[in-house]
Ligand binder design. Structure first.
Ligand code: PMP
Length: 990
């Protein structure tokens, strides 16, 4: 290699930043560039940087005094590259404004220039980076890489310590600087192994001009709707010609020190980069080893720089995060990450070739389905410790009795719900990298092919041969086995497996790392690419046709469309009207619920804080039993005379005060409110209706007409029919009247009602949620309903309480929302909780009002009040009573509210905590004075909560309130998990 024309780290050694103090920087700015400024030092490892501000605080630029070791050509190259990118790529770029000029520093003459300051701030700091932000970093790196592809300059010829082409010799040279001997040898080993994976492919890696420092520190963001998006790049000081892939490797390494980040967190950046500047197979194959090398380089360089420049707080402060990046980069075997990246970018991985042969000959076997869709998981059985062994025993016992299965086998690549955990912020390891087998009778195990046999005990055997490693373990773990095996021929006897005992079989590439029996779903495509299905060695067909989990289809050689979450979404888009929106842009596939938990098909279990309809909890066994029993007997309509509908309506009226004693049964909240309106119109002969702004009452023609929630229909207020009159939303937190002034809403509403009557259009009804659910569960102002109900009745109208969302015990202290207001409505509507997810709704009014419906004909709903509907309704009421769910809502709700109120004392974003029982709302504001709604933040917080295992969504007209309305069986542990997770998100970022 000829000597570089620019700096050569291996000749010059360490490059401490030039010593320039603040006063000197201000003098340079004035003398060289005519700028009268205040200079504030900014951190840098090898240069000296200052933020220059004028006396009116306007930022004029960044003064950069380059390391004296850098030549004029190098500085020129950097400025030219920045200018080139600014002109050709749609990014903001930190181009040069003034200079360069040569100035004297205590470290010698150095190039000084003023660079453009890009407002918005970098991604620096330890905070969480959302996948979209990580993707933004990848996009910037991709744009820079594509933009610099044909950029050439003599000043690019330099030898930098950051150039990963030199990473092996750099680590060799500087490892001695790492004071902790344990860390030192880890860094050396990891770098050596990574280098051994890069070197054979080095000749195939394209080279070009590379910024070499597109990191969290050097991308700047714009902020839109409270969320940051990287859109600019600064600091071209490390520009050089090297492998193009270094741009991405360096960018994604910088993700790894952020809160909650782990190797798979970098995937959005890899994907984004690949879209702009496609990676070759070789580049994809060396990417993760380069990440490991980058992290190793950072650790050794940081230690060296700290040793020689102990006063540089930027350097010393960086040591912890450099170690964290290294720990994360090596937390997953590099080969697994490489396989994951290849899979992600569509390069695939050739399947392992497994020669014919068997470990044991078995008679009939039965497959044990441990997925989230398995019947064996019903009734919460998946939470029982040791369920897998127990199920296998049962199958074998019944096989022994009936001459059936002599063996039980699990599925390779299956995400096991049995391996999951509830209330877990990290996804548990659920995906099987091998299979487990239980035999009814003892059996001989034989070598399927010739190989080298190693064993560290009678329960753990490893056979290596033909490029494969086969592990048979009785204890379930794939622990390392001492080297030095003995050769064995095919069919050699390996041992005897006792009847009833469990054998774990793993088959992997001989070069692959030892495999845990279960791995986390995020990494499963990486692990499984290095493994193979051992089923054929057990005389079984390969595991095909099983429900694959998260995007595992390609890794398993399965045809696309066999059930991964993404495939299902594509099918949904093709057949289901798109106006029916989903929770989440990237939703998990959920096929099972249990109590207040929802299980993804990848085995991840989420805390469900949204499903108010599933009031008893998901999959309640009493509902299932009662419904199936009734379905076996009779399901017809309410024109027949059967007991269930009578018992149900008796039970409902018993829950309501006089004179509410006449029940109509329908199938949804919309139907219930629609019917209530028709009843009011029929009973009063009036044609107009008064409703509250920002409310939602349903999708039917009439209920939609009285719904003015902007969240459901942004044009709602301006498009109401003439018969609908909206009064102000009585929001005591952010409405026109706040706090103690909220008493003013009622007289205003009464005034409107009186004015309507005076104008000859008296209202048939005033309709409102009795507790303000759509605003996030806010109590109406004291006395509000009493005053408004009195006025509407005064003019011959009726009071309708919509209890669809808030009624049925959720409020804890009150079964119905109107009880909180101390009023009795004329008509009450209910749904949601009534059926625990089964479609059920009701309107309850007085006999006198109900009778007036006759003027319109008679009422009939084909399925409203059917025997099954009635049984569901009865059972829901029974369970609410028997399990004390209203009292639980009061107790757990009070605990949760207190926890959330405590969070509000520490997190400015929380403007208020609303609600009662298990209908709570956490309202996020950007400013507690202006109450500017933090809408973008709320959506992002919900996405981050999902990552951490919590399902929660925004509500309200501004979509800035977390609506907390979980199944009423939520316990204190669940409430604490929610509060702890929210605390973490508000602390780490979203
Ligand atoms: N009223 C209120 C207060 C509601 O919240 C809803 C549903 N969100 C409805 C009526 C309509 O109920 P459904 O979706 O069952 O038709």
């Amino acid at each position: 290699m000829t000597a570089a024309t620019g700096v050569d780290f291996f000749r010059s050694g360490a490059l401490p930043a030039p010593v320039v103090d603040q006063a000197a920087a201000e003098r340079i700015a004035a003398a060289q560039f005519g700028l009268a400024v205040h200079a504030r030092p900014l951190g840098s490892q090898q240069d000296s940087n200052f933020l220059l501000t004028a006396s009116d605080s306007t930022v004029l630029g960044v003064l950069k005094i380059a390391n004296p070791a850098f030549s004029a050509a190098e500085i020129e190259a950097q400025d030219a590259a920045a200018g080139h990118l600014a002109a050709t790529v749609g990014l903001r770029v930190g181009t040069v404004l003034h200079g360069p000029v040569t100035v004297a520093t205590a470290s010698g003459p150095a190039a000084a220039r003023v660079l453009r300051y890009l407002p918005g701030g970098p991604l620096a700091g330890p905070g969480y980076l959302a996948p979209a932000v990580v993707a933004g970093l990848g996009t910037i790196a991709g744009e820079v890489s594509r933009g610099l592809r044909y950029f050439t300059h003599p000043g690019l010829d330099r030898v930098l310590q950051w150039d990963l082409r030199h990473a092996d010799r750099l680590v060799a040279r500087l490892a001695g600087q790492v004071r902790d001997p344990g860390l030192r040898s880890e860094v050396q080993d990891a770098a050596r192994q990574a280098w051994s994976r890069v070197q054979p492919l080095a000749a195939h890696l394209p080279r070009q001009a590379v910024h070499l420092d597109v990191t969290d520190d050097n991308v700047v963001c714009r902020t839109r709707d409270g969320l940051r998006t990287p859109d600019g790049v600064i600091d071209f000081g490390d520009l050089t010609t090297t492998w193009a892939i270094c741009e991405l490797a360096i960018a994604i390494t910088s993700v790894l020190h952020h809160a909650g980040a782990e190797p798979c967190s970098t995937v959005p950046a890899i994907r984004a980069f690949h879209q702009i500047r496609p990676l070759s197979f070789e580049e994809a194959a060396v990417l993760w080893p380069l990440v490991v090398l980058r992290a190793a380089v950072l650790v050794v360089s940081g230690e060296q720089q700290a040793a020689i420049d102990a006063g540089n707080t930027y350097v010393t402060g960086a040591l912890d995060r450099e170690r964290l990046m290294f720990t994360q980069a090596t937390s997953v075997p590099a080969d697994v990450m490489t396989a994951l990246i290849l899979d992600e970018l569509g390069f695939g991985h050739p399947p392992l070739r497994v020669p014919a042969g068997t470990i044991l000959d078995q008679a009939r076997s039965q497959t044990l389905d441990l997925s989230s869709q398995s019947d064996a998981a019903d009734g919460g059985a998946w939470l029982i410790p040791g369920l897998e062994d127990r199920l296998a025993e049962q199958v074998l016992a019944s096989g022994a009795a009936t001459g059936g299965a002599g063996a039980v086998v699990t599925r390779y690549g299956e995400a096991r719900l049995t391996a999951s955990r509830t209330l877990a912020e990290d996804s548990p390891a659920t995906v099987a990298t091998g299979v487990d087998l239980w035999l009814a009778c003892p059996a001989e195990l034989t070598a399927p092919w010739a190989g080298e046999l190693t064993s560290d005990g009678p329960d753990h055997i490893v056979l290596t041969g033909g490029g494969l490693t086969l592990t048979l373990s009785w204890s379930g773990s794939d622990r390392a086995v001492p080297g030095g095996g003995r050769p064995v021929p095919a069919k050699a006897r390996l041992g005897t497996l006792a009847g009833g005992s469990r054998l774990h079989v793993n088959l992997r590439a001989a070069t692959a790392p030892p495999m845990p029996p279960l791995v986390r779903p995020e990494y499963a495509p990486g692990w499984l690419a290095l493994a193979a299905d051992p089923a054929p060695l057990l005389g079984l067909p390969p595991t095909l046709g099983r429900p694959p989990t998260l995007g595992l289809a390609p890794a398993l050689g399965l045809a696309a469309g066999q059930g991964a979450a993404e495939d299902l979404l594509a099918r949904r888009d093709a057949s289901f009207a798109a106006v029916q929106e989903l929770y989440y842009r990237d939703p998990p596939r959920i096929e099972r619920g249990w109590r207040h938990h929802l299980a993804g098909t990848d085995g991840r279990v989420y805390l469900d804080m949204v499903n108010n309809v599933a009031v008893l909890g998901h999959a309640h066994p009493r509902i299932e039993t009662a419904v199936s029993r009734q379905l076996r007997r009779l399901n017809t309509n309410s024109r027949f005379n059967y007991a269930a509908v009578v018992e149900f309506t008796e039970r409902l009226t018993a829950r309501l005060p006089a004179p509410l004693d006449a029940v109509f049964l329908v199938n949804s909240g919309s139907e219930a409110v629609d019917l209530a309106l028709r009843l009011a119109l029929a009973a009063t002969g009036h044609k107009d209706v008064v409703a509250i702004r920002e409310a939602y009452h349903g999708w039917t023609y009439a209920t939609d007409a009285i719904s003015t929630s902007a969240a459901d229909n942004p044009n709602a207020v301006g498009t109401r029919p003439r018969w609908v009159h909206a009064v102000d939303a009585p929001n005591s937190y952010r409405g026109r009247y706040r706090g103690a002034d909220a008493y003013r809403y009622a007289p205003e509403a009464a005034q409107l009602i009186a004015a309507l009557a005076a104008a000859g259009r008296p209202a048939a009804a005033f309709v409102a949620e009795a507790f303000y659910g759509n605003a996030g569960g806010m109590a109406l102002p004291a006395g509000y309903l009493a005053e408004v109900y009195a006025e509407v009745r005064h003019h011959g109208g009726l009071a309708i309480a919509d209890e669809v969302q808030v009624g049925y015990g959720r409020l804890g202290e009150w079964f119905w929302g109107f009880e909180q207001q101390g009023v009795v409505p004329d008509i009450v509507t209910m749904a949601k909780a009534m059926g625990n997810g089964y479609p059920l709704g009701a309107v309850i009014t007085s006999r006198a009002i109900a009778e007036r419906y006759r003027d319109q004909g008679y009422f009939f709903s084909s399925t409203g009040g059917s025997p099954v509907s009635s049984v569901v309704g009865l059972t829901v009421l029974d369970v609410i009573r028997d399990e004390g769910l209203q009292a639980n809502a009061a107790r757990v709700g009070a605990h949760l509210k207190a926890r959330l109120e405590e969070l509000a004392t520490r997190h400015e974003l929380i403007g208020a905590v609303h609600g009662s029982g298990l209908y709570l709302g956490v309202e996020f504001v950007r400013d507690r004075g202006t109450l500017a709604p933090a809408t973008g933040e709320t959506w992002a917080i919900c996405d981050r909560m999902l990552e951490l295992g919590v399902i929660i969504q925004p509500t309200g007209d501004r979509m800035c309130v977390l609506k907390i309305k979980p199944p009423l069986c939520l316990d204190a542990a669940g409430a604490d998990f929610f509060a702890d997770t929210l605390d973490r998100v508000l602390t780490e970022g979203w």
